[in-house]
Design a protein around this ligand. Structure first.
Ligand code: C5P
Length: 220
């Protein structure tokens, strides 16, 4: 049986990572969270305590090693051997990540690694530009979205469950701001590939979306 490359793109909070993780588990594929890679670069930049410049973040991105370790339900992330799984999810990182990911040389460094990780197939990769740039010939492309209200409310519940203090309205406007930056950037903007299957998960459960994707893989 051929091992496929499955690309899942979409805006923040559409449930991509949950779905991609589930689908990868079911298929016995590797799950690659490309957002975590851009978040790692943003984290590394914040650690440097220097002023933002495209040159600085490009240099950091080129020099750092990002690795994943899949453990049961947890996808652990390491930068130069140091675990950053939780550190890359902070508000500080979330606020700056779109600015970092808009830098061309940062994207080149990440895309090269993503292609290496996916070239043998048997991967579910989620992000913003997987079906358009990283793997334009992916076997299956999904564009997963949901209304901004629904995405904000999902994130809100997720963060509350983790004991984080958040404001729903603020969360929604942050999500909308990040969508705008990701969609309007010059290089590899977030958009639905022509040959992607468009899924609006606003009124679907995680299970429904996951099983729809599995069916699509099986039909391939
Ligand atoms: O998926 P997640 O929300 O963790 O992604 C964080 C940020 O990383 C996005 O807002 C976007 O700026 C960037 N990103 C990207 N290309 C990808 C994945 C993420 O530019 N393939």
């Amino acid at each position: 049986e051929k091992k496929l490359v499955v690309a899942i793109d979409g805006p923040a909070g559409a449930g991509k990572s949950t779905i991609a993780k589930l689908a990868a588990e079911e298929l016995d594929y590797i799950y690659i969270d490309t957002g975590a890679m851009y978040r790692s670069v943003a984290w590394k930049f914040l650690q440097s305590k220097q002023d933002f410049s495209p040159e600085l973040v490009s240099k950091l991105a080129a020099e750092m090693t990002i690795t994943f370790k899949q453990e049961a339900k947890l996808n652990r992330v390491f930068v130069d051997g140091l675990e950053v799984t939780d550190e890359i999810r902070t508000l500080e990182v979330t606020e700056i990540v779109s600015k970092v990911s808009a830098v061309g040389a940062v994207r080149e460094a990440m895309v090269a690694q993503q292609r290496r990780m996916g070239e043998a197939g048997g991967v579910v990769m989620d992000g913003r530009d997987i079906g358009t740039v990283v793997f334009p010939h992916a076997d299956l492309k999904i564009f997963l979205t949901a209304s901004a209200e629904e995405r904000a409310s999902r994130r809100y519940k997720e963060m509350l469950a983790k004991g984080m203090q958040v404001d729903l309205k603020q969360l929604q406007s942050d999500i909308e701001a990040r969508d705008k930056q990701d969609c309007e950037r010059k290089i590899a903007p977030l958009c639905c590939a022509e040959d992607a299957i468009f899924l609006d998960s606003s009124n679907m459960s995680i299970q429904e979306v996951a099983s729809q994707i599995l069916t699509l893989v099986q039909e391939h």
